[in-house]
Write a protein that binds this ligand. Structure first.
Ligand SMILES: Nc1ncnc2c1ncn2[C@@H]1O[C@H](COP(=O)(O)OP(=O)(O)OP(=O)(O)O)[C@@H](O)[C@H]1O
Ligand SMILES: [Mg+2]
Length: 380
């Protein structure tokens, strides 16, 4: 069942069209990531879903009911932003209570009023709710501290706690980890995944970081220029991209793109090397995508591709070898092992072997050309 549906969402700011008719179904309980380069419209789409921005056209449905005209507060969605927006003068517990108070107090009292001003048993009930959430997030020892006395990760958890106490239909998060240092970010990714599993609530998560999307999502929607290019499980989007843009955006180091062609007999080649054979005989220029793990080191002279080592990127378990190849603007990147490349000097001549069965082939417009695996037979 789809928990949330966006239908034909269009949005312009002045003359700039930011969203060009976006359709997206978000399933109940899934962790869905909106991912794409800066400025592609992710935050705008999330804000429209949240009710913080109105679309020019299109509909937003939650649990099958249209909410397009409803204000944010009436949608029961919890929003967690990049800046945690905690009240600095309130403790963590008081911060977490604020949304509950806002919900339950009459309009006249909707100020960051403190606990003591509330009736005592109402306060106790709220406090019990806060304690329960704090236990889940393991922030009980921090409840009496103020935001200024917390680390970035702790502040992040407090902000999450504040979102969680409301029991929302879904959590909407816009780059919530981008203010954290690299190590903490990796740690918080794991924590968010675990939290999602435990709560079973729908998460809609915005990031420009493809690694974050790959590690956390049940499904990711890859956006570019105000449109969703492809939606799918991370493994699927990585291994089976529909377009050159998606192939390029996902994966680090990025996929290698080689200029190639299919000749009149179905032969697929790049850089003067035969890579494989298609059952098609439509001659055309193509772009051939090969990920670093599908290229391997071969003795110089023994394979079709040759180049000179430009850089050895040592990541410990893997070494990504960047090789300058004539006829390609960017260095070709191969995944190798430290032992394989230990004695390779910069500038050394090396050969490159390609697993042609893993090659992704795109036509000149960047559209994926799909062929059955059996049709692409390695002939090298
Ligand atoms: N209120 C606004 N007024 C005018 N233009 C806006 C407004 N909000 C966003 N934009 C423009 O809309 C486009 C999309 O912005 P949006 O914030 O949705 O991008 P994003 O994908 O979230 O990018 P980032 O990864 O940098 O956060 C950008 O070109 C931005 O400048
Ligand atoms: Mg944004």
């Amino acid at each position: 069942m789809s928990a949330i549906a966006l239908e034909g969402i269009e949005k312009s700011f002045g003359a700039t069209r930011v969203l060009g008719g976006v359709d997206l179904d978000i399933r109940a309980g899934e962790f869905l990531t909106l991912v794409g380069p800066s400025g592609c419209g992710k935050s705008t789409l999330l804000r429209i879903l949240a009710g913080l921005e109105a679309p020019d056209r299109g509909r937003v449905l939650i649990g099958g009911a249209e909410v397009t005209g409803l204000r944010a507060a009436a949608r029961n969605l919890a929003m967690v932003f990049q800046s945690y927006a905690l009240y600095p003068h309130l403790t963590v517990a008081e911060n977490m209570m604020t949304p509950l108070k806002l919900r339950d107090l009459p309009r006249a009292a909707r100020l960051p009023v403190l606990g003591p001003l509330l009736a005592r048993d109402r306060y106790r009930a709220l406090r019990a709710e806060v304690d329960r959430t704090a236990r889940i997030l393991k922030i009980e020892p921090l409840l009496d501290r103020k935001p200024g006395q917390l680390s970035g990760g702790q502040r992040q958890r407090a902000a999450l706690g504040r979102a969680m106490v409301r029991n929302p239909v879904a959590f909407l998060m816009d780059e919530p980890l981008s203010n954290l240092d690299a190590a903490l970010r990796v740690h918080m990714r794991a924590e968010l995944s675990e939290l999602h599993r435990r709560l079973g609530t729908t998460f809609v998560y915005v990031t420009h970081d493809q690694a974050e999307a790959l590690t956390m999502s049940d499904r990711m929607a890859v956006m570019q220029d105000g449109a969703i290019l492809q939606t799918g499980a991370p493994e699927e989007v990585y291994a089976d991209p529909d377009s050159l843009d998606v192939a390029r955006f996902v994966g680090s180091p990025a996929i290698n793109i080689l200029p190639g062609r299919i000749d009149g007999t179905g032969g697929l080649g790049a850089l003067g090397t035969a890579l494989g054979r298609f059952r098609t005989t439509d001659a055309q220029k193509v772009a051939i995508g090969l990920r670093p793990e599908h290229l391997s080191l071969a003795p110089a002279g023994a394979s079709g591709f040759e180049g000179a080592v430009r850089h050895r990127e040592n990541l410990g378990a893997d070494v990504f070898l960047h090789v300058d190849v004539e006829g390609i603007d960017r260095p070709v990147v191969l995944r190798t092992t430290p032992t394989e490349t230990r004695d390779l000097a910069i500038g050394a001549a090396v050969g490159i072997d390609a697993d042609a069965r893993a090659a992704l082939v795109f036509d000149e417009t960047g559209r994926r050309l799909r062929f059955e695996a059996a049709e692409l037979v390695r002939i090298a």
